[in-house]
Design a protein around this ligand. Structure first.
Ligand code: ASN
Length: 482
C-alpha cells in the first residue's frame, strides 16, 4: 500500500510541478495597465471591450495561476507612468524589452518578438528612410519606435511628432497631418490586414522581445506567476491558440542606450534645448491666441450690450456655445474633426497644422470669456450716464467711446490680466492634439527617463516663473493705461 502511494506521488509530483505549476499570490487583486489601441495586442472590439493577444494572455495566466486582475487601458505612455507611479502593478502592452527599460522595469519571460517598421499611406511615394527628409513621422510617446526615430533623426532629417495614443497617431496619418508613422510591425501589418490603406515600404528593424513588466523591485511574485502561467499555457497549447486567434509572426532582438538623467541638473543639461523650444511654442500660442481673442472678444462684448436685439442674441449664442464646449474637444474638433468632415465631402485631404488648430481653439475659448469681461465692464458703468448723454443729443457710438468705454476699460483691465494667465495655462490642454509645447515636451522627456517628479517640478517652475514675469509686466502696463 505504502509503495503504491509513494509510486502515485512520484508520478503525480512532476505533473504537478510541471503541468500546473503555481506561484503564490500576495495581493488580493493586481492592477494591470495596458495600451489603449495596439491591435492585435490590445484593442477595443465593437462592444467596447478590450481584447487582443495581451488581454487574452493576461486573463488566461491569471486564471491558470489563480490570481485576480483588474485591467486599465490608459495608453502606452500613461500605462508606463502608472506602473512607475505605483498606480498599477504590472504592464502588458506589446512592450519591448530594452536595456534602457531594464533599469526601471523587471520583465517576465518573453512571449513575442517584434520589429519597428515605417508605415505610410498606400498612395505615398516614400520608399526609403532617405525619402523622409523634412517629412513628419508620427510615433507614440515613450515607445521603442520613438527611441529608434530619435536615434536616427539627424541621419535622415525628418521631423518627429509624438502622440499619446495610437488612434490619434493613425488619425493624423489618415488626415495627412503627418507623412508616416513608426510602429511595431505586427501592429501595422494587422491594421493593413484589417483594411487600412497603408503600406510598409522599408523592412522592419528589431526592437526586442515582447514581455510583461513590473516596476523594478516590486511585485516579484507577479513576474513568477506570469512566467509559470505562460509556461503552462505554452505546454497545453492555449498560448498558440491565442496567437492563432489574432495573427502570424515577427522577429529578433536588440537594445537601446540612455543618458544619465536622474538629477534635476542632469535633466536640464540634457533637455534644455527641447524645453526652451517647448516654451517658445507655449508663449507663441498664448500671445497670438490672446491677441486674436481680444479682438473677437471685444466685438462680441460690444454686441452683447448693443441696443439691437439680433446682435445681443448672436453674442449670447457665441458665448454659450464656446463656453459650453471643453477646450480639449474644441481643439480635437478643429484638428481632426473638421479635416475629416471636409475630406468626406470633397474627397480631398485638407489637414490643418497643429499650431494653427491650437491657436484657433485657444482664441475662440478666450474670446468667449473676454466677451463676458467686456459686457461686465460696460454694464458696471451706471446706466444713468448713457441716459444723460443720450438726452443731451450725443450719439450712442460717441457716448460709448467718450464716456462709457474709458471707465469700463479701467474696470476690465485686471480681468484681462487674469484671462491671459488662464490662456497661458490652457495651452497645456492643446497638447492633446500632439502639439509639442512645454507640457508635451516634458511628457516626452518623462516617457524616456521616467523622472516624472523632477521633470514635472521643472515644468511647474517654468510656468510659475513665466506667469509671474508676465503678470508683473501686465500690471505695469495696467498702471500706465490708468
Ligand atoms: N512596442 C511598444 C514599445 O515597447 C509598445 C507599444 O507601443 N504598446 O515601445
Amino acid at each position: 500500500m505504502k509503495k503504491k502511494i509513494l509510486a502515485c506521488l512520484l508520478i503525480l509530483f512532476p505533473i504537478f510541478s510541471l503541468g500546473i505549476a503555481k506561484a503564490d499570490t500576495v495581493k488580493s487583486k493586481y492592477i494591470i495597465a495596458s495600451d489603449s489601441s495596439f491591435a492585435p495586442f490590445v484593442f477595443q472590439n465593437s462592444n467596447n471591450e478590450y481584447t487582443g493577444i495581451d488581454m487574452d494572455l493576461i486573463k488566461a495566466i491569471a486564471k491558470d495561476q489563480g490570481f485576480e486582475i483588474e485591467i486599465t487601458n490608459p495608453g502606452f505612455d500613461a500605462a508606463i507612468s502608472a506602473v512607475q507611479a505605483g498606480q498599477a502593478d504590472g504592464i502588458i502592452a506589446g512592450m519591448s524589452v530594452t536595456d534602457a527599460r531594464k533599469a526601471t522595469f523587471d520583465f517576465s519571460d518573453s512571449y513575442y518578438t517584434a520589429n519597428t517598421i515605417l508605415g505610410v499611406k498606400e498612395s505615398s511615394t516614400i520608399a526609403s528612410y532617405e525619402d523622409l527628409k523634412d517629412k513628419t513621422v508620427g510615433v507614440k510617446n515613450g515607445t521603442a519606435s520613438q527611441t529608434f526615430l530619435t536615434e536616427n533623426q539627424s541621419k535622415y532629417g525628418y521631423k518627429i511628432k509624438t502622440f499619446s495614443d495610437g488612434s490619434s497617431m493613425y488619425d493624423s496619418l489618415n488626415t495627412g497631418a503627418i507623412d508616416a508613422v513608426m510602429d511595431d510591425e505586427p501592429v501595422l501589418k494587422y491594421s493593413i490586414s484589417q483594411g487600412q490603406k497603408l503600406k510598409t515600404p522599408i523592412a522592419g528593424t528589431p526592437i526586442g522581445e515582447t514581455a510583461f513588466a513590473v516596476k523594478k523591485g516590486t511585485n516579484p511574485e507577479l513576474i513568477q506567476m506570469f512566467n509559470k502561467g505562460l509556461a503552462n499555457l505554452k505546454a497545453n497549447g492555449e498560448f498558440q491558440k491565442i496567437l492563432d486567434k489574432y495573427l502570424a509572426s515577427g522577429a529578433a532582438t536588440t537594445s537601446t542606450i540612455t543618458v544619465d538623467e536622474t538629477t534635476i541638473w542632469g535633466l536640464l543639461q540634457n533637455n534644455y534645448k527641447q524645453l526652451l523650444s517647448g516654451l517658445g511654442i507655449t508663449l507663441a500660442l498664448a500671445l497670438i491666441s490672446f491677441a486674436i481673442a481680444i479682438v473677437i472678444g471685444i466685438i462680441f462684448g460690444m454686441f452683447s450690450v448693443s441696443p439691437y436685439k439680433s446682435l445681443r442674441l448672436i453674442s449670447e449664442i457665441f458665448v454659450d456655445v464656446i463656453r459650453g464646449i471643453p477646450l480639449m474637444i474644441l481643439a480635437a474638433f478643429i484638428f481632426w474633426g473638421i479635416p475629416n468632415f471636409i475630406e468626406s465631402i470633397t474627397g480631398q485631404q485638407s489637414p490643418i497644422n497643429d499650431f494653427v488648430a491650437g491657436t484657433i481653439a485657444l482664441s475662440l475659448n478666450a474670446a468667449a470669456y473676454i466677451a463676458e469681461i467686456v459686457r461686465g465692464g460696460i454694464q458696471a458703468v451706471p446706466v444713468g450716464q448713457m441716459e444723460a448723454s443720450r438726452s443731451l443729443g450725443i450719439s450712442y457710438g460717441k457716448t460709448m467711446r467718450k464716456i462709457i468705454l474709458p471707465q469700463a476699460t479701467k474696470l476690465m483691465l485686471p480681468n484681462f490680466v487674469n484671462q491671459f494667465v488662464i490662456a497661458l495655462k490652457d495651452t497645456t490642454i492643446v497638447s492633446a492634439i500632439g502639439l509639442v509645447e512645454l507640457f508635451q515636451t516634458g511628457k516626452i522627456i518623462i516617457a524616456r527617463n521616467y523622472q516624472s517628479f523632477k521633470m514635472y517640478a521643472i515644468l511647474a517652475i517654468f510656468y510659475l516663473v513665466i506667469i509671474t514675469l508676465l503678470t508683473r509686466l501686465a500690471k505695469r502696463l495696467e498702471k500706465r493705461i490708468r
